[in-house]
Design a protein around this ligand. Structure first.
Ligand SMILES: Cc1cc2nc3c(=O)[nH]c(=O)nc-3n(C[C@H](O)[C@H](O)[C@H](O)COP(=O)(O)OP(=O)(O)OC[C@H]3O[C@@H](n4cnc5c(N)ncnc54)[C@H](O)[C@@H]3O)c2cc1C
Length: 512
């Protein structure tokens, strides 16, 4: 389906496009959905952005879009109005009815500035009405400046603006009477305090006229103010993302942009309303990389799961292709060791057609075999019935398919030609199933049979029991090795000649 994406990003401001670059350059299928209203669209030049000083913000984004598209990122105009968790992916709905699905999401939807409700103010926003001394302060330095206080945080803004000019008027009605300490502090640096309510601002030839409720007019060259950040995150309500306690309750995200949802990352003003363009770029870049890292991990997890399914199917195909695969006789080394043991509960991991399990049951063990092949399990059950012994056979992928602990856990010739066969992991899982005081018996090919010395180049090396003991890395306080040796046994080669096989024997007792 064309609307299935590795990652969907919205929107397409400095943060979203930076995330898009990281994901696009990682060869992900990426869609950017953007309503096309970046926060700084009211300004025609930006500052504080290294290497881009004075550049038109729209030009920066146009360049960012072209760069992202070069890496295959699709950019689409639209407004996301709902995101829903759909299990292993997210469902993203737009206001025009279009729907997309993604395995990862980067929210970079920015903020909208809710300006003080003063007629004339919004019209001048980004021109002579400013919010950020770092972004536009230098350009008005030394001029007649005003600060329209909007919240207690505005006192700090007044202090920053005073750094730019000796001629600063603070309109403080919105924060109420200042109190002696604050008023004295502002007066100490020559800030004029105007407590009357600001009723309108009007652009005039000689500057921006700030009209106050007491009938006075104060003409300034620029008026700084701040707005309540409005994040407009209603579209993400269903995800129940954790929000931070900063003004505007932005999305809580760590340094990599990870949120409380494992598939959702966030960046830019959506996580930090105070972030400028470079910070938006940096957090966007991190969020894009983190989303790609999550996807890469998931790709490997999926491949392993798929490989296991294929491996199980391959074993089934091998059994199903022949009437009978193995001899049905117990392995001589197993018989020799188990003969001296007191019967109890036994589990055979990779029991095949049931030769060892049936032998164990005939010798008094309460024996269970587990194998991935349904055909092998069926044949093993038929074999047990033909010998009139009670034994249990379970179809499943290793020891995890059965419950409980056993006095003897046997893994006999648990080999495969596959390079990624997880033998050591399966042997560890087998060890977990041994009851305290019980035994783990691993019988294996310590060397290929003499008639098959030329194994495929990619086949896993056959190891000695001593080498496997090291790889198993079992807790020495819990496990005591009883036999670690290679034994030779007589065998008959496929051409009928006599031969010897090297069996690796590893017998470990669980102490606790
Ligand atoms: C007037 C003004 C001037 C500024 N000047 C400077 C400056 O000179 N230097 C500087 O460093 N910083 C400046 N800033 C700050 C700068 O605007 C932000 O740092 C920057 O825009 C944050 O980038 P962002 O990607 O997080 O969000 P934005 O740039 O705001 O991008 C968010 C995008 O998401 C889209 N969107 C939102 N909701 C949805 C939705 N539901 N579906 C689809 N798309 C959606 C929006 O339309 C927008 O295109 C200024 C800010 C203002 C207000």
């Amino acid at each position: 389906m064309t609307n299935e994406w590795d990652a969907v990003i919205f929107g397409g401001g400095a943060a979203g496009l930076s995330a898009a670059q990281m994901l696009g350059r990682s060869r992900r299928r990426v869609l950017v959905i953007d309503a096309g209203m970046p926060r700084n669209r009211f300004a025609d030049h930006m500052h504080g952005v290294l290497g881009h000083d004075g550049v038109d913000p729209a030009a920066l984004l146009a360049r960012g879009r072209a760069e992202a598209e070069r890496y295959g990122v699709v950019i689409s105009v639209g407004t996301v109005d709902e995101i829903a968790d759909d299990g292993d992916r997210l469902r993203i709905s737009r206001s025009d009815g279009r729907v997309d699905w993604a395995r990862a999401l980067v929210i970079a939807s920015g903020v909208r500035d809710d300006l003080p409700d003063v007629p004339g103010l919004r019209k001048e926003w980004g021109r002579s009405v400013l919010h950020c001394p770092y972004c536009h302060g230098w350009e008005v330095a030394g001029q007649r400046l005003g600060v329209l206080a909007a919240s207690p945080a505005s006192i700090h803004q007044i202090e920053l603006v005073r750094q730019l000019s000796d001629d600063v008027t603070a309109f403080t009605a919105a924060v109420g009477p200042l109190g002696e300490a604050v008023a004295g502090r502002l007066a100490a640096r020559g800030v004029a305090i105007e407590p009357a309510h600001v009723r309108e601002v009007v652009r005039r030839d000689d500057g921006l006229a700030v009209l106050t409720g007491d009938g006075a007019e104060h003409v300034v060259d620029a008026l700084f103010t701040g707005g309540e950040p409005d994040l407009g995150l209603g579209f993400a309500d269903a995800l129940r993302l954790t929000r931070s306690d900063q003004p505007g309750a932005p999305i809580a995200a760590d340094l990599r942009g990870a949120t409380s949802h494992p598939r959702v990352f966030a960046a830019g003003n959506a996580t930090m309303p105070f972030a400028n363009v470079p910070v938006a770029m940096g957090t966007g870049s991190m969020a894009g990389a983190a989303a790609n890292a999550m996807l890469a991990t998931e790709d490997f997890d999926l491949a392993v799961a798929q490989r296991t399914v294929l491996r199980d199917a391959e074993w089934e195909a091998r059994y199903a292709a022949e009437d009978r695969f193995w001899s049905g006789r117990v392995n001589a080394s197993v018989a020799a060791i188990v003969a001296d043991l007191t019967p109890g509960r036994a589990l055979d991991v990779g029991s095949g057609e049931g030769g060892d399990v049936v032998w164990l049951a005939e010798h008094g063990w309460d024996a269970t075999g587990v194998d991935v092949s349904a055909t092998a399990v069926r044949r093993a059950a038929e074999f047990a019935a033909s010998r009139d012994v009670a034994a249990t056979f379970v179809e499943g992928d290793g020891p995890a398919a059965v419950d409980g602990r056993f006095d003897l856990v046997l893994a006999s010739f648990l080999h495969s030609w596959e390079p990624d066969f997880p033998r050591i992991r399966m042997l560890r899982e087998a060890a977990d199933r041994v009851a305290p005081g019980g035994l783990l018996l691993v019988v294996s090919h310590a060397a290929p049979p003499p008639w098959a010395r030329e194994a495929p180049a990619h086949a896993p090396a056959m190891r000695t029991p001593a080498e496997e003991l090291v790889l198993l890395d079992l807790d020495p306080e819990t496990w005591s090795p009883e036999i670690v040796e290679v034994r030779q046994r007589d065998a008959t080669a496929p051409d009928g000649t006599a031969a010897h096989l090297d069996d690796g024997i590893l017998l470990l007792r669980r102490l606790r």
